[in-house]
Design a protein around this ligand. Structure first.
Ligand code: B12
Length: 218
């Protein structure tokens, strides 16, 4: 079986969703030496399609949860492989990240965290459903360069904006760069509120690198 078929199999298994088949397909891909980031790409395509079906009411929450479980177990398998990549040693830099208040979609943030760590950054991962003020407190506590906000929920977007408003209100404007990503966020939204935007984990690393290397992150 060539890589393309293996990746298609992963995509179909998670889209179904069939967690056991997904994990088997991922293990097979790893055994065949398929690049871990390509496997993550296939998993992401599959779960995105599942989310689209959910939106069209062609599937329901239990299926979404099954898909998330499949993704979760697969990522646990892949994480050590991704960490082995050690893509590059980034400059010293610290990123505070969370899913903002109301949002518990961990999967994408988790991938971003892994990729940032692989690229050499210190990452303070605060998990999900985190209040904007707590992110700012953490950034101050660890003298961070960047506050990274993830949200997939439109209803959590106001809390993302709140990070910028609170920085201003606390006299901290410009102390930290703020970057955002996740399905609910758009480049236009980020431009409007003055945050950086990245649409995937690789873009997140690029963005953080640019902001820190640019020398004006603090
Ligand atoms: C899996 C999933 C779930 C799982 C989450 C499990 C978990 N532990 O994460 C469960 C089943 C729990 C769930 C619950 C819900 N979900 Co849901 N879910 C999804 C689904 C199918 C996939 C999300 C995912 O993991 N994608 C794969 C990852 C790899 O991609 P990603 O998260 O986008 O992350 C990448 C990029 O966005 C980027 N990125 C992410 N964060 C950041 C941060 C920065 C700084 C940067 C630069 C980049 C970046 O890099 C990541 C890696 O490449 C999406 C559909 C979709 N199209 O996104 C719906 C979706 C997000 N869910 C949705 C909804 C409505 C819900 C519920 C409200 C359903 C309900 N009725 O209860 C709840 C809300 C729970 C909550 N309070 O957060 C809607 C949101 C609609 C909206 N715009 O508000 C979506 C879009 C489905 C849909 N089409 O309707 N969900």
């Amino acid at each position: 079986m060539v890589d393309k078929d293996i990746l298609q199999h992963i995509c179909t298994a998670i889209e179904t969703p069939d967690p056991d088949e997904t994990v088997k397909a991922v293990e097979k891909a790893v055994d065949f030496g398929v690049a871990p980031l390509e496997i993550v790409g296939a998993l992401t395509d599959g779960i995105t399609t599942l989310g689209d079906k959910f939106e069209r009411m062609e599937c329901f929450l239990p299926e979404l949860i099954l898909g998330a479980d499949a993704m979760d177990v697969s990522m646990k398998l892949l994480k050590p492989k991704i960490e082995e990549l050690n893509l590059e040693t980034g400059p010293a830099g610290t990123v505070v990240i969370s899913n903002i208040q109301g949002d518990i979609h961990d999967i994408g943030r988790d991938i971003v965290v892994t990729m940032l760590r692989v690229a050499g950054y210190q990452v303070e991962d605060m998990g999900h459903d985190v209040k904007p003020n707590l992110m700012i407190d953490k950034a101050l506590e660890c003298d961070a360069d960047i506050i990274a906000v993830s949200t997939l929920l439109t209803t959590s977007l106001p809390f993302a904006r709140e990070v910028l408003r609170l920085l201003d209100a606390r006299g901290l404007s410009g102390k930290f760069k703020v970057v955002m990503g996740g399905g609910a966020v758009t480049p236009e939204y980020c431009e409007e509120i003055g945050a950086g935007y990245g649409d995937n984990a690789a873009a997140a690393v690029k963005l953080v690198k640019e902001l820190i290397d640019g020398g004006d992150s603090k």
